[in-house]
Design a protein around this ligand. Structure first.
Ligand code: BTN
Length: 309
């Protein structure tokens, strides 16, 4: 017969830790779901499971900041150096002077005059979104307008990495998940450089998103119910943007076309172009949208294309 010895204290502790980790990976009695990222454990309401905390949550809180101390250790390349951070600013598009090097980035928690494409505004409640601008100095032979697609590709990849869901790019600058716009990209020329602005909706609730947008808005939170730290997503996004940008810089849109073509949202959809109904064919290798209207093929170079839901 085998003797039943009590486990060695160190083994017992290890077993307890393993058990605790498993327990943490589930929704707990407070209706909180735990997410673990390197060095951090965050407990957040699991809206996906329909849980509403009925008693005070425990002291574990999500650490969610975009300050240089938080973001810089997560940078993997040139982009984001330096990182200009302001808690509140008019627009991150205005924080990058021409004296800064290519790849310098600006982020904030709140914009008082956030700008979107076609003269629209871009709004997000304080601390809920990634509001970021990056300074770029593309060679003269490149077409600056293509940068919204290059940025869109980087955002789509970062969203996929963060959510494990497929993201699509709606020409010329929107990133969609489940047919909802979770991000937009804006390229502006200033002092001979390009400032590429990215707004990514991360932790907005449904009520905090604009209800009157041309393309229905969503956030990562409304997509899968998970509240996330923004800094790791921003670090990943800046690295993916650098990689996509470097490829584009060398080889133009052709060099990133596979990633774009595979995520082309308007392909095969009924679209509305300047009041006319047509069929989206594809984004071509020059960054134009090919559509078929009344049996004729047309190439749209700029503007807005709506789609039938
Ligand atoms: C769009 O879809 O219309 C583009 C939106 C771009 C918004 C971002 S948020 C960070 C940067 N600062 C701005 O004022 N706009 C861009």
């Amino acid at each position: 017969m085998l003797d039943r010895q009590p486990p060695h204290p160190r083994l017992a502790t290890a077993a307890l830790r393993r058990f605790a980790a498993l327990a943490l990976a589930r929704t707990n009695q407070y209706g909180l779901r735990t997410i673990t990222t390197p060095g951090l454990v965050a407990a957040v309401p699991d809206e996906r499971a329909g849980h509403r905390p009925s008693i005070s949550p425990p002291a574990v809180r999500m650490i969610d900041a975009l300050t240089p101390e938080t973001v810089e250790p997560l940078l993997r390349g040139r982009f984001g150096r330096p990182l200009v951070y302001e808690q509140t600013c008019e627009s991150t598009q205005r924080l990058l002077g021409a004296d800064l090097p290519e790849g310098a980035a600006a982020v904030c928690d709140e914009q008082t005059g956030g700008r979107g494409r076609l003269g629209r505004s871009w709004e997000a409640p304080t601390g809920t979104a990634i509001l970021c601008s990056v300074l770029l100095e593309p060679p003269a032979e490149r077409v600056v307008a293509e940068l919204t697609l290059v940025g869109g590709l980087a955002v789509a990849e970062a969203v996929e990495e963060a959510t494990n869901l497929a993201a699509q790019i709606k020409w010329p600058n929107d990133v969609l998940v489940n047919r909802r716009k979770v991000a937009g990209v804006l390229a502006e020329v200033a002092d001979g450089a390009v400032v590429l602005g990215i707004g990514l909706n991360v932790n907005q609730t449904r009520e905090q998103l604009p209800g009157d947008a041309k393309v229905a808005a969503g956030s990562l939170l409304t997509t899968d119910g998970i509240r996330r730290e923004r800094a790791p997503i921003l670090g990943d996004l800046l690295f993916r943007l650098e990689q996509a940008y470097d490829r584009w810089r060398e080889g133009g849109l052709d060099a990133v076309y596979d990633g774009l073509g595979a995520r082309d949202f308007l392909r095969g959809r009924r679209v509305l172009v300047d009041g006319e109904v047509g069929l989206g064919i594809a984004v071509d290798r020059q960054g134009r949208l090919e559509v078929e209207i009344g049996g004729e093929r047309r190439l749209v170079e700029s503007g807005e294309v709506l789609f039938e839901r």
